[in-house]
Design a protein around this ligand. Structure first.
Ligand SMILES: CC(C)(COP(=O)(O)OP(=O)(O)OC[C@H]1O[C@@H](n2cnc3c(N)ncnc32)[C@H](O)[C@@H]1OP(=O)(O)O)[C@@H](O)C(=O)NCCC(=O)NCCS
Length: 213
C-alpha cells in the first residue's frame, strides 16, 4: 500500500537512483561513479531552498519524492548547500561530468530567467522536484502525492503555485492529467538526458484546484 510522509535522510539513496536514471546525460549515465554525483547535485540543489520534502512510501521504501519551496518559508537544512558544492566539485573532475555540468547550468539559467513571467502574480510556492521510480509510474502514485502536497500548501496558506518542467520529462502529467496552465515555454541551450536544446516550461495553478476528495 502506498502512503505519503515526510522525507527522511535514509530515503536519499533511493531518490538519487531515480534522479540520475531520469535526467543525467547519456555519457554520465554510463559512468555510475559520476552519475551519483549528478543526482546528489540535482537533489541538494532543490533541497537548499526547500521547505518540505515528501516521499511516496511502498512498504517502508521511498518510491517517489515531491520537494516544495514555500517562498517565505524556512529552509529545511542549510547543510545541503555544502553537499551540493561537494557534488559539483566531484562532477567537474570528470570530462563528461564537466560537460553535463555546463548543460545543467545553462538549463538552470533559463529556468531562472523564465521566472520573470511569475513576478507580482502571487505565486506562494514552487514544486521543485517531482519524480517516482520507474516501477511506480502510471498507477496513481503521483496523483496521490499531488493531492497530499496541495493539502499541505493549503494548510500553510498558499493559494497559487507553479513548477518548472521540460520536454524530456513527463510534463503532460501537469497539463493533461492535472489541468494546470502552461504559462511559459522557451528553449534552452542546454541538454537534459538525451535531449539537446531542451524546451522548458512553467506550469501553474490554484492550490484549491489540485485538491481532490
Ligand atoms: C510525473 C510522475 C511523477 C507522475 O507520477 P505517476 O505516479 O506516474 O502519475 P499517475 O499514475 O498518478 O498518473 C496520472 C496519469 O498520467 C498517466 N501517466 C503517468 N506517467 C505516464 C507516463 N510516463 N507515460 C504515459 N502516461 C503516464 C497515467 O496513466 C495517469 O493517467 P490517467 O489518470 O488517465 O489514468 C511520474 O510519471 C514520473 O516520475 N515521471 C518521470 C519524472 C518526471 O517526468 N517528473 C516530472 C518532472 S518536472
Amino acid at each position: 500500500m502506498i502512503t505519503y510522509r515526510e522525507m527522511r535522510e535514509s530515503d536519499i539513496p533511493a531518490l538519487l537512483d531515480m534522479i540520475w536514471k531520469m535526467w543525467a546525460g547519456p555519457k554520465v549515465k554510463a559512468k555510475p561513479g559520476v552519475a551519483i554525483h549528478y543526482a546528489d547535485m540535482v537533489l541538494y540543489y532543490e533541497l537548499i531552498h526547500a521547505t518540505k520534502a515528501f516521499v511516496s512510501d511502498d512498504g517502508g521504501k521511498a518510491v517517489g519524492v515531491c520537494v516544495i519551496d514555500i517562498k517565505d518559508g524556512h529552509p529545511m537544512n542549510e547543510d545541503y548547500l555544502f553537499k551540493m558544492a561537494k557534488a559539483v566539485a566531484k562532477m567537474a573532475k570528470d570530462p563528461d561530468g564537466l560537460d553535463n555540468l555546463k548543460h545543467s547550468t545553462n538549463v538552470n539559467r533559463v529556468f531562472n530567467e523564465s521566472e520573470e513571467v511569475l513576478e507580482g502574480k502571487g505565486y506562494g510556492a514552487e514544486v521543485a522536484l517531482f519524480i517516482n521510480d520507474e516501477e511506480h509510474r502510471g498507477q496513481g502514485v503521483g496523483s496521490g502525492m499531488f493531492n497530499y502536497m496541495a493539502r499541505y500548501l493549503k494548510k500553510n496558506g498558499v493559494k497559487k503555485f507553479y513548477l518548472h518542467s521540460d520536454e524530456c520529462s513527463y510534463h503532460q502529467f501537469y497539463g493533461v492529467h492535472r489541468g494546470m496552465d502552461q504559462i511559459d515555454s522557451r528553449p534552452s541551450n542546454g541538454s537534459l538526458g538525451p535531449v539537446d536544446n531542451v524546451e522548458l516550461y512553467i506550469y501553474a495553478d490554484d492550490v484549491e484546484d489540485q485538491i481532490q476528495d
